[in-house]
Ligand binder design. Sequence first.
Ligand SMILES: [Zn+2]
Length: 202
Amino acid sequence: MCGECRMKSGLHVPEDLVHLDVYDPQLKDFVNDGECGRIVLTTLLPEGGKTGNLLINYDTDDTTTVVSREKCSCGRTHMKIMNPQREAETVYVGGFPFNKVDVEQGVFQRDNMEYLTGEYEAFLYGDEEETTLRLSMECENSQNCDVGSVENNFLETFLKFKPGLRQVHSDGTFNIIFNFTEPEGLEFYKISGRPKRLVDRR
Ligand SMILES: [Zn+2]
């Protein structure tokens, strides 16, 4: 929803389209500019206006910091924030981080999407010694899903720019196992609320 500042010093929030609040972690109060907090978004609409995705005090699970509300050196007057982080969705394996976004890059590839619905969930199990990532993906039709190619596509992309994770994966302390389900076969369908895609169960 935001646009990167031309001077690469953060993101500008289009304040005529969206209202952005930054809350403390418990969502009790706003934080001051310059302090990190959770992004809560509300779509702004002109009277009679329409939108595809109306957000009202929507907790994004992202964190950011308001950098400035003054006119920017790039010329824009919109408030500027730091690039948001998805703190709740970053996990560490063997000291190496990855994020929900990394899992999604592995899942949502053009070749994979011939077989998958795009719904997935990932759970981490294990202890200090050994960690297992169990990735479940929903197939359009599990009878004719090319699971071997989906798995290879995932691993290639997921590990591509992560030499640390690739190392622990190849030495056997980080296992990645795959599970393919029929539509609505994932765990999150049984749980109310917004699905959590990457869950640390260690
Ligand atoms: Zn700017």
